[in-house]
Ligand binder design. Structure first.
Ligand SMILES: [Cu+2]
Length: 196
């Protein structure tokens, strides 16, 4: 495992610990188990898709969808995750049109719509890549409680450390749960279909 993977896994662990604490706090205050909608993760956004068109959370109304934050220069976690999301979309067949999968960049400085479009050409066409101005991306990062940080590399280049959670959102854009891509694609498709 390389340094990038271990860092990403650490971030994943930190996020999950935070989420558990958050849900635990709700449980402590209310005295009963939180509904799946209790966790305030996600929110409205207005970004730009890989074709340069404005795209907002409203465009996903009526469909359950996945959200994943990453960047096109990512060496391994992002391509692997997008590949797994592509497999799920393929498995869903015609039902894929009744769901969605969003890839939101944490690196809008480099990830222009054209770059994102080029990058997504290697994946299932149901994947939509979103970028935008720094303020809009920062807001989405904050709303989804994503950790994203620029890390300088030798020679003036940089990479991004980022949370590698895949979020499952319901038809109304409410967060349901982190979506587990480490299982059979049949189990993943069955979970997606439950929320259609
Ligand atoms: Cu990545």
């Amino acid at each position: 495992m390389n340094a990038q993977s271990s860092r990403t896994i650490l971030l994943l662990g930190a996020f999950m610990a935070g989420l558990l604490l958050f849900l635990g706090a709700i449980f402590a205050v209310t005295g009963y188990s939180p509904t799946p909608h209790a966790a305030a993760i996600g929110g409205p956004f207005q970004l730009v898709d890989q074709n340069g068109k404005t795209f907002s959370d409203q465009d996903m109304k009526g469909k359950p969808y996945l959200v994943f934050f990453g960047f096109t220069h990512c060496p391994d976690i992002c391509p692997t995750t997008l590949f797994e999301m592509s497999q799920l979309m393929r498995k869903l067949g015609p039902d894929a049109d009744r769901t969605g999968a969003l890839f939101i960049t944490v690196d809008p400085e480099r990830d222009t719509p054209a770059i994102v479009k080029d990058y997504l050409a290697s994946f299932d066409p149901h994947l939509r890549g979103l970028t935008g101005d720094q303020a809009a991306i920062d807001q989405a990062i904050k709303d989804y409680r994503v950790y994203a940080k620029k890390v300088a590399l030798q020679g003036g280049d940089y990479t991004m450390d980022h949370t590698a959670i895949v979020y499952l959102m319901d038809k109304d854009g409410q967060f349901i749960a982190p979506f587990d891509l480490q299982r059979s694609v049949d189990a993943e498709a069955a979970e997606m279909r439950r929320y259609m």
